[in-house]
Design a protein around this ligand. Structure first.
Ligand code: COA
Length: 287
């Protein structure tokens, strides 16, 4: 068994990693890589057996704003062992190496786990926490204001998205993420049909709607207007509720209701200042 760490400069190993992640987690990093948004802050710790990647853990080092302070935090990600190699202690060893590498320079650890891995992470010292999705009631109305849907197949639109993401301020001072490259992963994959530009403000609003519920995934810009200034551009006569996939302290939305959300399988390790509050990690912080 060969141990390798931090090997993105080796195209062959990187290609094996991309295939492994797709096999284990059904997440495809191909377009993210080919379009040039790969992030060196994403660090692999892997075992190879006869050249085959059989077990992996990544640490994504992230710049976040946490409770008003700039913080360097570590997300544990891309954890998996090939089915033929499970229960031999490989993930345990790799997690140990990854945490030991990251501990000195990161304020805390977090991760999003599948149900079947909860026991594994508890044994590694993580604790499971619930998140809370904020939501407000809205009167539906016709949209006004200029807004343009972006098409990630177009290079000029990708450049616009990346430029704004690179200049962004955190969506929340409570819990906001600043990694523009990880944001591009979301834009190229799960949120690619949800990206809108409001040119007057030069901001991106990522949202979708279904059955009267408008889901806002992120608001991205150098300066963020309050939500009541944004909503007229994105609203719909059928809207009843808006929910936010991030904390709304900068959005001036008034009193929110909160829905407890456990599906992310969120786990923490180390001191996390918001644990007693209704918090949610921005969805675009998930690696
Ligand atoms: C979860 C997973 C990564 C574990 O990998 P592994 O290499 O088999 O784990 P290890 O052999 O290092 O196990 C380490 C410890 O966790 C325990 N463990 C591993 N898988 C477990 C499971 N599914 N349920 C309960 N305990 C488990 C082992 O018994 C061992 O216990 P110990 O610390 O008391 O010795 C692997 O099963 C996997 O890839 N699953 C599919 C993808 C996945 O769920 N990844 C996590 C993503 S969030």
């Amino acid at each position: 068994m060969e141990y390798c760490e931090n090997y993105w400069d080796n195209p062959e190993l990187k290609r094996k990693f991309i295939r492994f992640l797709n096999d284990i987690h059904r997440v495809d990093l191909t377009s993210w890589n080919e379009m040039g948004y790969w992030d060196e802050n994403y660090r692999p710790f892997s075992y190879f057996d006869n050249g085959k990647l059989v077990s992996n853990v990544c640490i994504y080092s992230m710049d976040m704003v946490v409770n008003g302070k700039f913080s360097r935090v570590a997300q544990v990600s891309a954890v998996g062992t090939d089915p033929g190699y499970r229960r031999r202690g490989l993930s345990k060893e790799l997690t140990h190496k990854a945490l030991r590498w990251a501990k000195p320079n990161h304020d805390f650890f977090f991760l999003f786990a599948d149900d079947e891995a909860f026991r594994f992470y508890e044994k590694r010292g993580f604790r499971r926490v619930d998140e809370y999705v904020p939501r407000i009631s809205v009167p539906g109305k016709k949209p006004g204001g200029v807004i343009r849907k972006l098409d990630m197949n177009r290079e000029d639109h990708r450049d616009l998205v990346y430029r704004i993401a690179s200049e962004r301020s955190a969506v929340s001072n409570k819990l906001g993420v600043l990694n523009s490259r990880l944001f591009m992963f979301w834009c190229l994959n799960f949120l690619r049909n949800c990206i809108y530009h409001i040119p007057d403000e030069d901001i991106l609003v990522l949202f979708s709607r279904e059955d009267g519920l408008c889901r806002v995934y992120d608001v991205v810009g150098r300066q963020l207007p309050a939500f009541p200034e944004i909503y007229p551009s994105i609203c719909d006569p059928g809207d009843r509720t808006v929910c936010f996939q991030f904390m709304t302290d900068k959005m001036a939305v008034g009193n929110c209701e909160f829905t407890r959300y456990s599906d992310n399988g969120t786990h923490l390790m180390g001191s996390f200042p918001l644990e007693k509050e209704h918090f949610i990690f921005p969805v675009t912080a998930q690696a």
